[in-house]
Design a protein around this ligand. Sequence first.
Ligand code: MSP
Length: 613
Amino acid sequence: MRLSHVLSEHRLLRLRPVCTMLRKSVLRLLGRTGASRLSLLEDFGPRYYTLGSLSARDDARDARAYFTTPIFYVNAAPHIGHLYSALLADALSRHRRLRGPSTAATRFSTGTDEHGLKIQQAAATAGLAPTELCDRVSKHFQQLFQEAGISCTDFIRTTEARHRVAVQHFWGVLKSRGLLYKGVYEGWYCASDECFLPEAKVTRQLGPLGDSFPVSLESGHPVSWTKEENYIFRLSQFREPLQRWLRGNPQAITPEPFHHVVLQWLDEELPDLSVSRRSSHLHWGIPVPGDDSQTIYVWLDALVNYLTVIGYPNAEFKSWWPATSHIIGKDILKFHAIYWPAFLLGAGMSPPQRIYVHSHWTVCGQKMSKSLGNVVDPRTCLNRYTVDGFRYFLLRQGVPNWDCDYYDEKVVKLLNSELADALGGLLNRCTAKRINPSETYPAFCTTCFPSEPGLVGPSVRAQAEDYALVSSVATLPKQVADHYDNFQIYKALEAVSSCVRQTNGFVQRHAPWKLNWESPVDAPWLGTVLHVALECLRVFGTLLQPVTPSLADKLLSRLGVSASERNLGELYFLPRFYGHPCPFEGRRLGPETGLLFPRLEPSRTWLVKAHRT
Ligand code: MSP
């Protein structure tokens, strides 16, 4: 029996009583809803606390997970789009770590893509040696990611020696399997996008002097005609295997429209791919093993970074591959969903498990570009909105399916309403000394708030909406986990935000500030209202950790929740309601009483500043 099975069964046994208890409570909670009761239970029944059907989830939790961002070109400083790619991967891997039994089972890599014509040309334009440019810009990315709380376990640079070993080994495997041949490539090449383009993907653009020049139809970047002898990869052989892979794994590329697009691309002919350039033309790269006159194509070089990080070509890489989730922007889908899986299949390996695709950020409705001067520096944003604030904005407003627009007013409005007013206000209302003079987690009174809805009696104070709140917050961790699994972090945050609103409604409805601790009639109910609200806040704080780590830490510390009580696997909401002891009852609140998230002032000058960056 595998160790993971032993663990799973052990955990199952431990959780079974909780599940049975929950099933009963949920049955009671759903009370008189008759026909819908069974189906609801089947869907959500025992998962209230445990984030999923136990056996399947437990197995998944024991497995390893490896998240990657694209590696970033070092021709220019990072912008908010780059940070967004990294934040998505960061939130996914943080969420995964909170779910899993061992943080060592999750890896998260990012890094910089330092070879190729684009970098060679950028260095020449800047009058720098390529290594100087790479060192400088790679450091910018590293600093930005450190400041933004990107919790990567690996940062790779493609100029590292370990990467050269991996790429040359990978090349050797493709060669030995008969997948590389020498041939003449003649066609368009776009250095900005580092890709070859067929005639149909090239158009002509008018220059300032009325002259016309060829550009890529998709990106608008200039292209040039190339004719040279290269090594060619037999990509055409992989059309059917790729189709089979995608049809057999409908979740391989998420969101679904991108999966569909790739299948459409595969309906067309798939030509072989040139995978090297003449060294006299491209010297800044990894030489083809045994043929110094050729340099390996930068995309083949770059994609192999995902293997280098996990130790390839040493056998250790096998324990992480293919348990991989690549997070990428839509502009690099073809490279990750066609070239990369084809290279991997060619080398006798499996394609990655999942490819999560996101769309782009625009600024005030325009594409970010150096020439428009509207490239937004993420470090300025982190200063203006705080790290947690900007992380929250990008992940709450970023919808992977379509492009999203950034402008200052939008950030200020969102953060003030959701973090400062709704969440911060809620915390303040329940912990302020005048409402909670003992500064403790008050006791929950089961007579005031019986687990059976609809009971009547002199001490019963809970109303139907209060049961609805308990039900919403109880199912929230599972909902959030599902949204993470579907790469819909914005929906996870929307769900949390909606529960925050519901909890504020609960507090407003029962107006604890009008209740009196001295009155034997009011006191148990007052304690219960605060207890329920603090329990909701504890769930929100726990669930927000992957997105706003410092703010969540502040919130949970204020509630007196210790570091070992912040795991998703142990997130038992409102146990007293379900007839179990609550470890927080009577606990002293944390000493830090400052504002959770100070309101931001609108700025008239900000946009101008951002545009000039
Ligand atoms: N070096 C390649 C990736 C190689 S991975 C083996 C590359 N680098 S990049 O720096 O141009 O882009 C890195 C990531 O940033 C990509 O996922 C890209 O989609 C993303 N973004 C670039 N501009 C963006 C926006 N405006 N908005 C959101 N993400 C954007 O491609």
